[in-house]
Design a protein around this ligand. Structure first.
Ligand code: GSH
Length: 214
């Protein structure tokens, strides 16, 4: 931890977040930075996931964003970055440091991330295939994941007043659904719509990280 803190505090190590302002996973990191007051140290640099030979693919061989660069070292994915930001803030801010509460929260955050993952796969199906060859079966398979996960959160939402890992991850996934609209979540899950309104009202970083095209 000491050398991480040391590098974070040392201006000779530039800190760069590779992400567009449209990525739901990048938005998790941008929200967490603001929630923890760490944003001033980090410069946002967009990344192009489709570009052959892009620096992103050297930084993360998977070619995915977000990545956090500290000097010449790269950290990914968004889970790892949020854990790192929590640790830098002394721990126990975004997620309980130990015990059952920690593993429950990590599991619920992965469930919320699964919503964004499935929505992204639906987007990519449209991007990488023409409309004739898109698989309805595959799209339904992904929509089923989104529906089951959202039903779980509708029944048991996180506290919207808390800027914790689960709430940030869920809000980010819902924001992405609003943009890409793979499902009509606002009609199906009115409790979650209220939840997102309450989250947005409680945290200025929600509006501050609103999606913008580069
Ligand atoms: N599990 C990763 C998911 C990251 C992810 O899928 N990012 C998308 C952009 S929102 C991406 O880079 N996609 C490019 C690709 O899959 O090739 C995380 O939590 O950071």
């Amino acid at each position: 931890m000491t050398d991480l803190r040391g590098r974070w505090d040392d201006p000779s190590f530039p800190i760069v977040l590779r992400s567009t302002r449209t990525s739901p996973f990048g938005r998790k990191v941008r929200m967490a930075l603001l929630a923890l007051g760490l944003q001033d140290r980090v410069r946002l640099e967009p990344a192009d996931t489709l570009e052959e030979g892009a620096t992103l693919r050297r930084q993360n061989p998977l070619g995915k964003m977000p990545c956090l660069l500290i000097g010449d070292e790269t950290f990914f994915d968004s889970h790892v970055i949020l854990e790192m930001l929590d640790a830098l803030s002394g721990g126990n801010k975004l997620v309980a440091a130990t015990g059952l509460a920690r593993f429950r929260a990590l599991t619920r955050a992965r469930l919320a991330d699964g919503v964004a993952d499935a929505a992204l796969l639906i987007t990519y199906e449209g991007r990488f295939r023409d409309s004739v060859s898109a698989s309805e079966k595959w799209l339904d398979h992904q929509r089923g994941k989104i529906a089951r996960a959202l039903a779980t959160f509708e029944n048991d939402p996180p506290d919207p007043s808390r800027a914790d890992l689960v709430a940030i991850t869920l809000a980010s996934a819902l924001g992405y659904l609003d943009w890409r609209r793979p499902v009509d979540w606002r009609t199906e899950y009115p409790g979650l719509e209220k939840w997102l309104n309450a989250f947005a009202a409680a945290h200025t970083f929600w509006a501050e990280t609103e999606r913008t095209q580069e």
